[in-house]
Design a protein around this ligand. Sequence first.
Ligand code: UN1
Length: 507
Amino acid sequence: TVVNERFKGNDRGDVKSYLNFIDGEWVPSVSGKFSTNVNPATGEILGKAPQSTKEDVDRAVLAAKKAQKSWRLVPAPERAEVLYEVARLLKERKEELAQILTSEMGKVISEARGEVQEAIDMAYYMAGEGRRLFGDTVPSELRNKFAMSVRVPVGIAGLITPWNFPIAIASWKSLPALVAGNAVVWKPASETPFIAGEFVKIYQEAGLPKGLMNLVFGSGGVVGNAIVDHPDIDIISFTGSNEVGRQINERAGRLLKRTSLEMGGKNAVTVLEDADLDLAVDGIIWSAFGTSGQRCTACSRVIVHEAVKEELEQKLVKRIAELKIGNGLDEEVNVGPVINRSSLQKIDKYVKIGIKEGAKLLCGGKILTDGELEKGHYYAPTLFTDVKPSMTIAKEEIFGPVTSIIPVKSLEEAIEVNNSVEFGLSSSIFSRDVNRVFQAMRDFDTGIVYVNAGTTGAEIHLPFGGTKGTGNGHRDSGVAALDVYTEWKSIYVDYSGKLQRAQIDNK
Ligand code: UN1
């Protein structure tokens, strides 16, 4: 195969090249054009992947359609066998995949291992669903009549996935789609083509029949739009920005196409005056600065009771100063780079707005350029305090290592502030008071709530997603993911031997 072919791509030496994967073959795009991916820690060009066109998507859909015709007839437990093999191969290659992930995405190696683990867990979990895929049997209103509802595949799933969790999120979507009997056309983020190519290789090695997993690389919306607009793609699952998600929903809505959207977050940790402050600091540091703040679940607000505000500030500033920043391949490093230069500038712009609007900068607040850091895209872990809920930095998603302390006077006020943003993904509370914890669990209006833990760290066997501007009611992962990739079919079997009329003959 031509995948992984080494060639002299530029003056920096050898780079890897990945191609599209359509109908079981690695094929170039009809455009003949490529885009490059870059190591955000070093600025080094890693390789290239095609800039595909609508024509490439059309070919992928044709292959998917053909393959799905027979895949839907394969018993689900047999389809699951492929997923068990995917899980095994992911496990076998965990370290290699983690290294690739860190090189092209930048997250520190321990987190990259964690992300691959998330894909492994999802593969085992969804493989298990192959022996369940539960439907319902219910009593009929009539004698000698049997009623049931079963899940059937939707058809072809178009997956559009982001760079921040390039293999975990791809696993959340592709595994339930496939075990439920669908075919997939997948556009990964252009920043992370390598891990996508490796994931597809694993599907292939695991014995997934050709045409079921099609990979089409692209950038700038061409491939994404072709997927959304294609009449034979039945469902679109997207994780990414709010702006793009809204566009997708509008386009897909015109075609009455199902969409599952997972978009931004503006997640808060609430710290009450009776909290274990050291534990809260651990949770905030991990959730605000892990993955350099580039998680939809990142803690970008800290809502704190004024009685413990100063103590919390001091502890946080001390811990931030201890964070080691650098190339994520170094096991000692705690915070890696952000994805690219424009992201770095966007983060810096938010910090400047924060200062202008009157927030108090406690630490960080700058692009790091010392020594080796100059080559990559590093932002200093940043902490603001005395932030008001109305300030821009308290409302908009920053997607970088920046978090803001917002002082409050009561739990009620904390809940109000927590719920005041347009997003609703994750929230957390640190308190030892069970009554107030339960009140927060009930009243935080997010799809995920943590008690005495930060806002990150969702497990794959629970539904993942949010309310309000975060999503459109669907969930990735957990058993809820199956609702995205299946239709309900209700079946009535009348074994009475005569015509029985519902609502008439039973009344
Ligand atoms: C994301 O940021 O898009 O809960 C996903 C977490 C991870 C997944 C994050 N398991 O933080």
